[in-house]
Design a protein around this ligand. Sequence first.
Ligand code: ADP
Ligand code: ASP
Ligand code: MG
Length: 411
Amino acid sequence: MPILVMKFGGTSVANLDRIARASKRVAREVANGYDVIVIVSAMSGKTNELVGWVGDTSPMYDAREYDAIVSSGENVTAGLMALRLQEMDIPARSWQGWQVPVKTTSAHSSARINEIPNDNIMEKFGEGMRVAVVAGFQGVSPEGRITTLGRGGSDTTAVAFAAAFEAERCDIYTDVDGVYTTDPRLTDKARKLDKIAFEEMLELASLGAKVLQTRSVELAMRYKVKLRVLSSFEEYDPEAGTMVCDEEDIMESKVVAGVAYQRDEAKMTLISVADRPGIASAIFTPLAEAGVNVDMIVQNISEEGRTDMTFSCPVDQVARAERAMAEAKDSGEINFHDLVADTDVAKISVVGIGMRSHTGIAAKMFDVLSAEGINIKVITTSEIKISVLIDRKYMELAVQALHDAFELEKA
Ligand code: ADP
Ligand code: ASP
Ligand code: MG
């Protein structure tokens, strides 16, 4: 029988009623003739609660225990959905990551999937099981310990299963009815897209649109998985949602596809570092070793052999960055006057593959922000995106103004 992967996010399994509702969707696809692999998240709020408990117990926690604890929310929803389906007379059973097994690297809390052998689940399908309910977000390391895939990781579990089982499609059920031109929670002018190109979705996801985990889009692109995002709350409609697809499958696309934002960024500036060969390496190697995810980097013009170096990173990594820089200074690897952290910034990005062939998008973006009196602190660009760092208090305003200026509410 053809295989379908259906993933339900936290709000779609937030309580027993929602699990029952999701189970009805699964039952319908079983009736349509599919063997179904369901990937479930933890009930909404659960993973945050577990993460909080870890931090309250042990601030410098052991990452292996973090994963053992934080992965547990998914086990509950997987078991509950299997039970609900059994109550509906559908042969179903739950699977934890290690049982499949979902084989990952040993990078605890941000592991990557290496392999998903499909024989165990296929054997059960062969024996009459119709639904495998798999706990998302988790796997098992070569050392045999439980791992997790980073926040939002159940999306990646779902796409990886779709690839490993050559599923006909991977449906991501969530609390919005598709991918929008920007976060629909930020402006009611956001428009749902029927289709979006992999490259654009990849940029939007990595620039903050959390509707899909970035890695899931990468995998779908690489393995040609048919990926759809849709709502678990709306009535069943086979045409619903947004298809993430190849650029060639989109007849007409706009120059700018969407606007993304990242709320919790920080801008760090090393004041007066020696401008000499190797200085960037001397700064960014210790930051990388300390696990700081540096994003934007700007080096100023130097004066009398000294310069300022600015970089951005997530706000919760500022303390780690400060420690790494202080240590590098103490050991004499770098020498700087001061390290200034601005923890009240946000990153706004406009994304679109049309930018490859259209000029003037950056100028227009800067115009729009200037007309709103918003100061740009750092700029970076790539072939299909432009990102700026601005004061966080202007984040909503900037997103709305850019959405208006690029006329994204119009099809
Ligand atoms: P789930 O728990 O189902 O995985 P998430 O909360 O991870 O759901 O992702 C869905 C959320 O992503 C939406 O509620 C929405 O606020 C947010 N979001 C951000 N940008 C976008 C976008 N461009 N299109 C749709 N949703 C977006
Ligand atoms: N429950 C995990 C999280 O909240 C994984 C997921 O839902 O995708 O990040
Ligand atoms: Mg998610």
